[in-house]
Write a protein that binds this ligand. Sequence first.
Ligand SMILES: C[S@@+](CC[C@H](N)C(=O)[O-])C[C@H]1O[C@@H](n2cnc3c(N)ncnc32)[C@H](O)[C@@H]1O
Length: 244
Amino acid sequence: MPGLAIKDGLIRHPFDLEFGVRTSGLVAGRNLAPGLRNGRYMTAYYAVAPSVFQGILARWRSCHAVAPLDAYTFIDLGAGMGRAMLLAANYPFRKVIGVELHPTLARIGRKNLALWRAAGRALAPTRMYCRDAATLSLPSGPCVAFLFNPFTAPVLRRLLRAWSQTLSEQRHGQLDILYVNNEREQVLKCQPGFERLFAGRIRRSHEDAEADRNILTHQPDGEYLAMNWEDCSIYRWTGKRITD
Ligand SMILES: C[S@@+](CC[C@H](N)C(=O)[O-])C[C@H]1O[C@@H](n2cnc3c(N)ncnc32)[C@H](O)[C@@H]1O
């Protein structure tokens, strides 16, 4: 796949070198999309900077979660090769699930998760599904969904509408959404029942900033910008604008 070969500018991120996994690469949406339903709404494959992941998780944990961490299911919507799932599995979540539309990325992600488990790093059970996130039913119990700008507005809107319907039918449904590189923030803002708990920049560590700059400088078409931070937001389902 273009974007996953050295000739296409692939440089391994220090995360992969340290842990012996394969999550590096930058694949434009147009190279992922062919033949996939909802493929035209894909943005790109690129793995989240570990420091940004840890930053948004720490923010979320300071937002007075409604249940202990081990009651939550962590869901990565657009899980790619699973870097965010690996990082999430370092925490004792009830389970960590990922949904990835592209079969090659999902297959690599499963291998990475197996390596993580074999190395004794996974504190939570993990499962990678190869399917369209737009059709994923919300798991029961408290959930925290993670999005690293995986798809454009039509898919996000469809998913949020379906999950809002489910949550408004449940009495005790709990859902928080962690949105990194929140380009389609407006969709969440307009979705009744969600309240924004945080909006701001989360900085990359020096090591991640340097690695991402290096990777993005070598991209063949120069279409993605390297920055020292990600614009992020955190939302919580309160159901208020529906039930009040
Ligand atoms: C920016 S990458 C994020 C990868 C991963 N979450 C991480 O942070 O390391 C976005 C991923 O979303 C996937 N994706 C896009 N649309 C999707 C959809 N409708 N259903 C499932 N996955 C999708 C892409 O194939 C890509 O791997």
